[in-house]
Design a protein around this ligand. Sequence first.
Ligand code: NAD
Length: 310
Amino acid sequence: MTSVIGFIGLGHMGGPMAANLVKAGHRVIGYDLVPEALAAAVRAGIEAAGSAVGAATGADVVITMLPAGRHVLSLYRDEGLLTAAAPGTLFIDCSTIDVADARTAHEAATAAGHRALDAPVSGGVMGAEAGTLTFMAGGGAAEFTEAEPLLAAMGKRVVHCGAAGAGQAAKICNNMILGISMIAVGEAFVLGESLGLSHQALFDVASTASGQCWALTVNCPVPGPVPTSPANRDYRPGFAAPLMAKDLGLAANALRAGGIDAGLGLRAAEMYAAFADGAGAGQDFSAIVRAIRERSGPTGSSTDQNGTTA
Ligand code: NAD
């Protein structure tokens, strides 16, 4: 069944996601504060609204893909999105936001007579363009069933994780594993360098032994062993370090709120926040290996095995 979809936030992720909904035959009315983002969306078949409220008016479903929780809550509560939408509209927020903000957004939407789902994604800009994202959804079963075909038009896997906020919870737990494991892999390579171990030898062993993980086998932080990893293109993202810092910051908020004894998660959040503020601002998150090498002793701080000065 085709739907009329209001799509707000047509940036790096939202633009291609909305385009895939158009390709699947839906009518998409879009809005973004940035005129260039809106113009690019129009070229992909999205109809431009004059405001976020304009995009929501008359829509069956309103999808948001925004930078942070404050943008979602501001649109929902202060900028009239919930009042403009027809009663019973399904609000799907695909942004990555605090679990607490996601729950507040659900409450605001349902209090205004609507239905809501949090459905953050994994897969990055390439996944958004190719329609191969993974969606992690939180909300009621009926809302999930209604949203599933729309999410499937933008992704290859759609998982119902539980009640309101469960999608965001799954996202930050997954990315906390990823952030910690990328630091672990980076530290192991720098330790290996100091012990005279080649990158290839460490990779050949760890990738087929118990150190195996995505941070090593797909996004290997040193050039050579995995030719497609960002390390081979001077760490151009990929998954940018500031986005990892953001997700770990959300995980740290939830860890503190829950009183969880998670020293590694909190430390990873600190390390990525400092890295994203400095040299990592425009780099893939795997470039944290360079920061580890720089802070290490003379053996590690000379050159990496690609001849690049660390
Ligand atoms: P982006 O900054 O490219 O896009 C966000 C868009 O929202 C911008 O174009 C901005 O102008 C627009 N916007 C902000 N406030 C608005 C408002 N009030 N009304 C209309 N438009 C508004 O960010 P992105 O990379 O597309 O990421 C979007 C979300 O997806 C973030 O929460 C991010 O954490 C998450 N995410 C990103 C990636 C990635 O690889 N980029 C991967 C997974 C999840």
